[in-house]
Design a protein around this ligand. Sequence first.
Ligand SMILES: [Zn+2]
Ligand SMILES: [Zn+2]
Length: 252
Amino acid sequence: MKVLGAFGSKTKNSQLSSYLLDEKTVIDAGNLIQSLGNDFLKLDNLLLTHAHFDHIVDLPTAIDTFYARLEKPLNIFATQEVINILKENIFNNKIWPDFSNIPLMNHSANTIIFHALEYFKEYSIGNFRLQPYPNFHTFGSCGYVINEALVFTSDTSLCYHTWNFLNQNKNLKQLIIEVSFPSSFNHLAVLSKHLTPTLLQNELEYLQRDDVKIYINHIKYEYIDAIIDELKAIGLYKRVALLDDNSEIEIG
Ligand SMILES: [Zn+2]
Ligand SMILES: [Zn+2]
């Protein structure tokens, strides 16, 4: 997995959520254009975790930018709730054309094809096995269990599914989980269904193993120093690795 964007806010030094599994399959569209360039044309599959803007922002523009050169449709996988949100609010012929009804230039297929995912079903998508599960962040949002090796929470609230997966299946050895705000923002984090260092620490009480490699993502970049200080203060800093743009993880 190559991290194209590891952060919860876009700044000069931080890019929004995108995780390239291989050249054909990517999770979330926070940073596809700058990071991939023409390699965007190789993509077959985009999996979305939810419809928040920081996870979809590059999708409409990338489709438009590369339209004339696209030789195959882009398959977009998400829950039906998220697909409906995209159709009603982005690809509605008001904000942006409905590319799911516009054929490719030299192809009878439409430019984007939506595929609805159901929670807890296992799917083969590209070269990967993916199982979406509810992460209690927004209506229809999901995390993914990837290749029965890595649990990817995406933006997540307190979520017992994450810990149940890891406690019940010892093949799962990697976890990417978010910490968006410092703990002084716990109130805001709970309201916006995110985690902070102390909320993560409380959640980790449910993990009955110490052999899981834990990666942190989705830090709001303006708080990165405060979050690192807090992780050190509560003794979590050595237990986790912070993801950065361009980080690479061997899944499995
Ligand atoms: Zn987000
Ligand atoms: Zn979100």
